[in-house]
Ligand binder design. Structure first.
Ligand SMILES: [Fe+2]
Length: 415
């Protein structure tokens, strides 16, 4: 069951006449082919890391997120590790290439000074569950969407296809179909990759620690996924996503003093949001080459120049307080993690009165992804507050500046 058009619009940033014209045309097209009914919830997300970082990255996720480790698999190209929260939340797949020379996205990473320091590390994209993958592929291929043959799976009861990386985001969208019932993953068709028993026990120990710290139940599933793109790619990135998924455009907010905008898309099927979290795009209001004329910070453009177009952060919800609580849950989470060597950018921003408190972690040295924690108070209905986003954008900008000053591309960028 999907939301009815017209989709309610939020935000204050104006789009171009091109955007508004083609937004309607894309909605018309996808309704005419039944795309929203074909593409269901977000099934999983996929992050590729260097094999030498895979264990450390999973350990980091064990303390910082609600994901728990399930199993690892391998085929001739990849080792896959599967992490889950529960049946109703996107799974988290971490894959590592067995042979670096197989890497197809090294060329994207080599274009950016920070990204080239970890050329085999990249957020790959989301996977969506679909009801009829053959029909979907026919429809999208007929509409000009290109698919890679690298990890197509067909023939068995699980079918899987992935688009080539977007020109605008360098992310991919993948689709999976499997029989009704328990969620399945295409990587499960591969033999199990046997992990060291001591490491599995270590992961369990970290999960136990998360619970002992009292934050295991407070950190909730993914709230949103935020990609950073170049100024000129903003509208195309949004429209392209709408053409290939069941998400709709929710609105854009101008964060003028950070020369940036936050652009939100949300699923159009009536799922609870934690089953299919919002996808956000951040882009500068003006391109880098006029920074000397605009005289504003330009953290988003700086990030893309350093890291390339890519996923910037994954945000997790934090449970709302119980009545009478004196320390907010998001502060509890951050304080506990800080005591276990997790670093954050600036401090928790926002307040319970404003409805929302948020914070960014430092960039993971294993995945190049930031973790955001977001607590909404008393059923706050808004997706975010402009003031908070301005602070967060500024904080992330300062992190990028630090990297620039450390001569990005020469030496250790781990922060
Ligand atoms: Fe965010």
């Amino acid at each position: 069951m999907s939301l009815l058009r017209p989709y309610k619009r939020f935000g204050d940033k104006k789009n171009s006449p091109y955007f508004e014209e083609y937004l309607t045309k894309i909605y018309d097209w996808r309704d005419s082919v039944g795309l929203v009914d074909m593409v269901q919830e977000m099934h999983s997300i996929v992050v590729e890391v260097d094999e030498s970082d895979r264990h450390a990255y999973i350990e980091e996720l064990m303390i910082m997120t609600p994901y728990h480790y399930v199993k690892s698999f391998e085929n001739k190209t990849f080792i896959y590790s599967l992490l889950e929260i529960g049946e109703k939340n996107p799974g988290f797949v971490i894959r590592s290439r067995k042979n670096h020379s197989d890497s197809r996205f090294i060329s994207m990473n080599m274009l950016s000074p920070a990204a080239m320091t970890k050329p085999y590390t990249r957020y790959i994209g989301e996977v969506f569950r679909v009801s009829d993958i053959d029909e979907l592929q026919k429809t999208l291929s007929g509409a000009g969407v290109e698919f890679t043959d690298e990890d197509q799976v067909s023939g068995g009861e699980v079918k899987f296809i992935r688009t080539v990386p977007s020109q605008y985001t360098w992310n991919t969208i993948a689709y999976i179909q499997y029989p009704k019932g328990k969620r399945q993953y295409y990587l499960e068709q591969n033999p199990e990759h046997i992990e060291d028993e001591a490491w599995i026990e270590k992961l369990q120990g970290i999960k136990n620690l998360q619970n002992e710290l009292g934050i295991g139940d407070l950190i909730q599933p993914i709230d949103h996924l935020a990609t950073r793109v170049l100024h000129q790619d903003r509208e195309h990135a949004i429209l392209e996503l709408l053409k290939t998924t069941s998400y709709h455009y929710w609105g854009s907010y101008d964060i003028a003093d950070q020369n940036s905008s936050t652009n939100v898309t949300r699923n159009s099927n009536k799922f609870e949001e934690y089953r299919s979290p919002a996808k956000v795009f951040t882009a500068a209001n003006t391109p880098h080459y006029v920074d000397n004329i605009v005289h504003l910070p330009s953290p988003t453009e700086a990030f893309v120049r350093n890291y390339g177009k890519r996923m910037h952060h994954i945000a997790y919800s934090v449970a709302d307080n119980t009545p009478g609580q004196d320390v907010d849950n998001v502060d509890k989470v951050v304080d506990a993690l800080k005591n276990h060597d997790v670093e954050f950018l600036l401090k928790v921003i926002g307040s319970s009165e404003e409805g929302l408190k948020q914070i960014f972690s430092r960039t993971s040295k294993f995945s190049f992804l930031i973790t955001e924690y977001v607590q909404r108070f008393n059923g706050f209905q808004g997706f975010f507050t402009k003031k908070n986003v301005a602070f967060l954008t500024k904080a992330a900008g300062e992190d990028s500046v630090l990297k620039s000053e450390g001569r990005v591309g020469e030496g250790d960028l781990s922060d």
